[in-house]
Each structure stands twice: as structure tokens, then as C-alpha cells.
Design a protein around this ligand. Structure first.
Ligand SMILES: CC(C)(COP(=O)(O)OP(=O)(O)OC[C@H]1O[C@@H](n2cnc3c(N)ncnc32)[C@H](O)[C@@H]1OP(=O)(O)O)[C@@H](O)C(=O)NCCC(=O)NCCS
Length: 423
């Protein structure tokens, strides 16, 4: 937790995209002050599994942060915001378009108040262009960034991926931008505005699909298992094809349940060994010298048959048994791991990628760990804060407010939602 020691972040982010980023920065040692609407980040109450406890949606994305509630719609709340702004290195937000402007704090104003501060902003589509005014959630970004049109089977509907590439993926992009801007700030003394649009982040993650898009102007995509042709225009959905130069597919294994599959990459270098091992068991002892599969070109052409043969071999084995057969042959492969498999996996536990935590409202729970391992700055994962848990602490320690001042601000409604008016 040493890497970002001394870096203080005013974190106005909510839901998933922004909090992913600030949680990672907290795990690298930044002091992240989650600056919340007095009603709290909406995810505190979303998909609740334990009554009256912060949801896992919230707890899993907000570890190692301090929470302060401030009503930005009151003049007193705004004055607290300005004071904090002057004490922070980074401010970050992922509100819908125009929210900060409506508070009276566009980037220009923030930069004027603290020229050293770096500002990170996530928007669905950025602040310019015809889509700039639209809100976005994960699957909207996946739809508009090219992920959905290229995911699924060609004769079926487009699919979203389980990996949250629109939200968490954008948070990762923002973290990179913020760290670069901080580095520049340390040299120049000047902060800057860092913007990541979710649609842009998804496009970046779909880069190889745009490789294929352009290849289609010169010919077909020979490695695809589905038909393609020169001038096709759109990159088709290609099921479980590998997406790279090597052929790959998911192979169904015993006992043929939902996740009894092994993903196998038939790398050029391993074909001979693989064919020698599986051929005899499927009644094709000469598979390794069969001209239908002699080189990658032939295997691309005849890949449906090749997958049928490998599936036939796999019928007798579980995914782990099949993996144990392929590992010594150096065939790149991996079992399709369910969440249950991963939650109990020795390798995962050993790498601290699924860690147990305690929470005052919900008791024991698990979070996915820190995927970036810094040798001189190991992460120490601590539970997420309760709503407003650190309001007084932050006002005292960071801003130097005394009890009388805090009391007066509280009385004026700086930290609470305005009472509902009858109407
Ligand atoms: C995610 C999203 C669709 C949610 O939309 P939403 O629930 O309508 O929330 P918004 O961000 O648009 O608005 C937040 C509201 O809370 C209010 N609010 C936020 N913090 C506040 C505070 N500290 N004090 C008072 N009010 C506050 C804002 O003023 C705003 O109200 P307004 O519209 O009256 O100005 C939207 O925030 C968005 O598009 N964000 C950018 C893209 C993104 O990150 N999406 C993925 C999220 S995982």
C-alpha cells in the first residue's frame, strides 16, 4: 500500500465504472474519500441479499475507502466540497452528462480552484459528439462499442459478455489515465482533465475485431469457423473461435453439464503430438499424417471435422482429466471455470484473488482480490465504509474543522438530504 501513499482522491463516483477505478487506486495506497450524495451511492441498496446491509454490489467495489456525505445542493455542502478540492490530488466522477456543471463546478472552475488537481471523468460517450448527452450502463456500452455484434453465434442474437468490459473495463482505462496525468502533474505542477468514454473503452477492448473488419476488404477470415467472404463488411459473431491466428474451441467433456467444457487451442506446434495422442482412441491411428489436417491451412479449412474428432475423444473424460492429458503435450487449454469452481480453487486462494472480509452489517463475505501485484506495495484489502462513516474524521483530519464548525454545518444541512417538502 505504498505506491500511491500521500495521494488523496475526492471520489464522487458511483455504481460500478468509477468505483472500480478508485478501489484499485485505494489498493495501491491512495487515500480515497468517497464523497457521497447523502442518500448514498444507489448501489448500497441495489440487489440487496441481507436486509438493512450494504449490498455486495457496493461492498465489492468500495473497499479501503472513507465515506463522507455532503449535500451538493446546499451552499454549505458546496463550501465543504471546495475546501476538499483544495486538499486533493485527484477528483473523479461518473455522473450523467452535465451534473457537475449544474452544481456549478465544470472542469474550468475546478482547475481554477486547484490548478494542481487531476480530474477523471467517465461518461457513456464522452463530452463531445452526437451521443454526448446520453446516459449509459454496461450493456449499452457493450452494444455500442462493438462487443455485442461480435459475440454469440452467427445465427443467433447478439450477446453481452459476463465480464463487465463497459463498466469495470472503463474504470481500468481511467486508472491508467489518472496515473499518467499525476506523473505529468508532478513534473509540471499542472493538473489536467482525463476523460474516458465507456464506448471508447469497449472499442479499445474489441481492437482485434477491427483488425478483422479491415481484413475483410482483402479476403475471407480463414481462421473463422463460420463463413466469411471478401467485402462482407461486418465482422460476424464467431461463437467460441479463438480470435487469434491459432484455432481454438470449447470442447464438451464428461458428464456434459453446463460448465463441463475445456477450451483447447490447437496451436500449430502441438498438432502432431495432439493427433498422435487422440487418433488411436477415436479409431484414426494415422490422424497425425492425415492430409486433411497436415498444416494450419488444411486444419482451418476442415476445422469443423477437427473439432468433431476432438469432441469425440473428450466424451470419456472430465474437463480436468482432459486437461491432464493435454498439459504434458504442451497444448494450451483451460477448463471453463464456474463461479463455484473459482470460489474454491486452490490457485485462486493462493494468489489472494478471493478474500474473506468482515462487515459490521453483513458479517463474513468475500471479495475478488487485487489483480495487480506490486512487489514493494502489496495490497491490504479492508471492508467498504458505511454511509458517512468518516464524515467527521475527514472534516477534522483533512480540513482541520473544529467541533463547533462541524456542528454548525450539520445544523445547516451540509451533510444530509433536504427534508421532503409536502406537495
Ligand atoms: C450511471 C447513470 C446512468 C446513472 O444515472 P442517474 O441515476 O440518473 O444519476 P446521474 O449521475 O445522472 O445524476 C445524479 C444525481 O444525483 C445528484 N447528486 C449526486 N451527488 C450529489 C450530492 N453529493 N449532493 C446532492 N446531489 C447529488 C446529482 O445532482 C444528480 O441529480 P440531478 O440530475 O438533479 O442533477 C449516469 O450517472 C451516467 O450515465 N453516468 C456516466 C456513465 C457511467 O458511468 N455509467 C456506468 C455506471 S456503472
Amino acid at each position: 500500500m505504498e505506491a500511491l501513499k500521500g495521494v488523496r482522491i475526492l471520489d464522487m463516483t458511483h455504481v460500478q465504472a468509477g468505483p472500480t477505478c478508485s478501489q484499485l487506486l485505494a489498493w495501491m495506497g491512495a487515500d480515497v474519500i468517497k464523497f457521497e450524495n447523502p442518500q448514498g451511492d444507489a448501489t448500497r441498496g441495489q440487489l440487496r441479499d441481507v436486509p438493512n446491509a450494504d449490498s455486495l454490489y457496493f461492498t465489492m467495489l468500495n473497499c479501503n475507502k472513507r465515506s463522507i456525505t455532503v449535500n451538493m445542493k446546499s451552499p454549505e455542502g458546496k463550501s465543504v466540497f471546495v475546501d476538499l478540492l483544495k486538499k486533493c490530488d485527484i477528483i473523479m466522477e461518473n455522473f450523467g452528462p452535465g451534473v457537475l456543471d449544474r452544481f456549478g463546478f465544470p472542469w474550468e472552475k475546478i482547475h481554477e480552484l486547484n490548478p494542481r488537481i487531476v480530474m477523471g471523468s467517465i461518461k457513456g460517450f464522452g463530452s463531445t459528439g452526437p451521443y454526448a448527452d446520453f446516459k449509459a450502463y454496461e450493456n449499452v456500452a457493450q452494444a455500442m462499442g462493438g462487443a455485442m455484434s461480435t459475440t454469440g453465434m452467427p445465427d443467433g442474437p447478439p450477446f453481452v459478455t459476463g465480464a463487465q468490459i463497459g463498466d469495470s473495463g472503463t474504470g481500468l482505462h481511467l486508472a491508467i489515465g489518472l496515473l499518467a496525468a499525476l506523473h505529468q502533474r508532478d513534473r509540471t505542477g499542472q493538473g489536467q482533465y482525463v476523460e474516458v468514454a465507456m464506448m471508447d473503452g469497449v472499442m479499445n477492448l474489441c481492437r482485434v475485431k477491427f483488425r478483422d473488419h479491415q481484413r475483410l476488404t482483402h479476403g475471407d477470415l480463414s481462421e473463422y469457423s463460420v463463413p466469411t467472404y471478401k467485402g462482407m463488411g461486418e465482422v460476424p459473431r464467431a461463437g467460441n473461435d479463438s480470435g487469434g491466428g491459432q484455432l481454438g474451441n470449447a470442447i464438451h467433456c464428461k458428464p456434459h453439464g453446463a460448465n463441463d467444457w475445456l477450451y483447447v487451442v490447437v496451436q500449430e506446434a502441438v498438432w502432431a503430438g495432439l493427433a498422435k495422442r487422440i487418433g488411436p482412441e477415436i479409431g484414426m491411428p494415422d490422424l497425425a499424417s492425415d492430409p486433411h489436417f497436415a498444416h494450419i491451412g488444411e486444419r482451418r479449412k476442415n476445422q469443423q471435422l477437427m473439432w468433431t474428432l476432438i469432441n469425440k475423444f473428450a466424451e470419456k473424460y472430465t474437463k480436468r482429466e482432459f486437461m491432464a492429458i493435454l498439459n504434458p503435450l504442451d497444448v494450451p487449454c483451460g477448463p471453463i471455470m464456474s463461479t463455484e469452481d473459482l470460489a474454491n480453487d486452490e490457485h485462486v486462494r493462493g494468489r489472494e484473488m478471493y478474500v474473506e472480509l468482515d462487515h459490521p452489517q453483513r458479517g463474513k463475505w468475500w471479495n475478488v482480490g487485487m489483480p495487480i501485484k506490486l512487489s514493494a506495495s502489496p495490497a491490504r484489502i479492508e471492508r467498504s465504509p458505511l454511509l458517512g462513516e468518516h464524515t467527521d474524521e475527514v472534516l477534522r483530519e483533512v480540513l482541520g474543522y473544529d467541533a463547533a464548525r462541524i456542528g454548525a454545518l450539520r445544523q445547516a444541512g451540509a451533510f444530509s438530504a433536504p427534508p421532503k417538502t409536502r406537495g
